[in-house]
Design a protein around this ligand. Structure first.
Ligand code: EPZ
Length: 419
């Protein structure tokens, strides 16, 4: 068991480097299944979720070679097991991202149906419906999705009746080797979808419209191996900027891209932060006291649901009342009660949290419940007076590379205790 122990209360000042984006790297690694040769992935973050995806690909028969901590080469030429078993999928639901590529490459796939998670049911029904439209036979047996397309997938028009990020990514990958043209309507516009499309194009896929709600893919017989580059992690970037703002400090994140965070930066400016951006850095300096701001999570380019918990932590010490509406997931307020333990004044009303800013949070023992909730507890901890002990930190390790090291470089008093 590991805890993170924080002595909070001092402003965080300095500069940290963003890692590659977890939510870009996961679909990128799955895309290796489609390639007719080795793919070298650059700027892959060293995270538990990445290790899980890599382990799954090796289990399928892929060969993996780590050049260094953030660069690896995956060759799926000899992969021969188009499956993703329960004991792997249960630890990371994004394993379902191998479904589309496996079906496109092998004409069949057996992928464990991801269970729910702390933040919601998170079904993959839209992924499955889209594959059926493209000609796959889908059944669910003993908790596994069995997908068959012995004659290959057919290019079709697919309409997502709800925006789904990994659904868009799964079907875009399946369409790369399909017969004919596939048009994805109401597609996700997240930067990670664009990163995946860029990567697939660089390997020979024909994709247009990524970043808009309509993506068109012309099926090709095969795509080659090559080099693939991961974009900066916009959620990690904003988390460190928030660490500066919540403590009255001044933090710069480098090797990132301000264009990925328009909605977040607009909100922190409204809250009184001074924001300076360049080609590859963002600097946020805190005002005397943050002003309360309302947020409403939306699909990109709206305010990211993955920053809702972190923004709430900031609003806990802002001047005034903030309304925070979570429209993407049905249960993404698990951090609220933990923040209340630290002295926050938050009332829940369905999908909206009413946050009344208090002058000071107080350190307390708290429990991480999911990845981004954990990040909000770290932010509250560095702002709070006294000691905060966060348990179940394995949640944090899924999405934040070297978080203590990066926080310490900003002046935080933060340690990991092995108990
Ligand atoms: C991706 O999850 C991200 N994960 C999530 O980040 C992120 O919160 C989410 O997109 C929304 O931006 C990865 O990219 C690996 P969705 P995903 O499909 O694709 C419903 C983090 O903290 N839905 O866009 O699973 C679903 O229940 C993680 O890094 C269906 O009903 O999210 C949700 O309410 C958390 N049926 C909504 O759509 C489906 O078939 C959006 O989900 C698919 C989705």
């Amino acid at each position: 068991m590991e805890n993170i122990v924080i002595q909070g209360g001092s402003p965080l000042v300095g500069s940290v480097e963003s890692s590659g984006a977890k939510n870009a790297a996961l679909p990128l690694l799955a895309a290796a299944i489609l390639a007719d040769g080795p793919v070298t992935f650059h700027r892959i973050p060293h995270l538990n979720d990445i290790a899980t995806m890599t382990k799954l690909l090796v289990w399928q028969g892929a060969e993996v070679e780590y050049d260094d901590q953030n660069r690896l080469t995956i060759d799926t030429t000899r992969a021969d097991k188009p499956e993703a078993p329960y004991d792997m999928v249960k630890t990371m639901r994004a394993s379902s991202l191998v479904l589309g590529p496996l079906l496109a490459r092998f004409g069949e796939a057996r992928v464990s149906l991801p269970g729910g998670c702390a933040i919601g049911a998170r079904p993959i029904d839209l992924h499955l419906k889209a594959l059926e439209v493209m000609g796959a036979e889908i059944s669910v047996e003993h908790g596994d999705v069995i997908a068959k397309a012995p004659d290959g997938l057919k290019g079709k028009r697919v309409f997502f009746d709800q925006v789904t990020v990994t659904g868009t990514e799964n079907i875009m990958m399946a369409a790369v080797l399909a017969d004919g043209e596939t048009i994805l309507e109401n597609a996700a516009r997240e930067p990670e979808v664009v990163n995946l499309a860029d990567a697939l194009r660089s390997l020979g896929a024909e994709i247009e419209g990524d970043g808009t709600g309509t993506i068109t893919i012309q099926g090709v017989p095969s795509i080659a191996g090559g080099d693939v580059y991961t974009i900066a992690d916009r959620i990690e970037t904003a988390t460190y900027l928030a660490a500066g703002l919540i403590t009255g400090g001044d933090v710069t994140v480098t090797k990132t891209d301000p264009k990925l965070l328009d909605a977040f930066l607009a909100r922190v400016k409204e809250a009184g932060a001074t924001v300076e951006v360049g080609d590859d850095f963002i600097r946020c300096a805190a005002p005397e006291r943050l002003q309360a701001v309302n947020i409403h999570t939306m699909p990109h380019p709206g305010f990211p649901t993955d920053l809702q918990a972190q923004f709430m932590a900031m609003m806990c010490v802002a001047d005034g009342m903030s309304l925070i509406s979570e429209t993407i997931f049905e249960n993404r307020f698990m951090h609220v009660q933990e923040l209340v333990r630290m002295g926050a004044d938050i009332q829940l009303d369905g999908h909206t949290a009413v946050v009344k800013g208090v002058d000071q949070l107080s350190g307390a023992p708290v429990m991480a419940t999911d990845l981004r909730a954990s990040a909000s507890l770290v932010l509250a901890g560095v702002a709070a007076k006294g000691e905060t002990v966060i348990s179940r930190v394995y949640h944090i390790d899924r999405g934040y590379e070297r978080i203590e090291e990066k926080m310490r470089s900003l002046g935080a008093n933060i340690e990991r205790h092995y108990i």
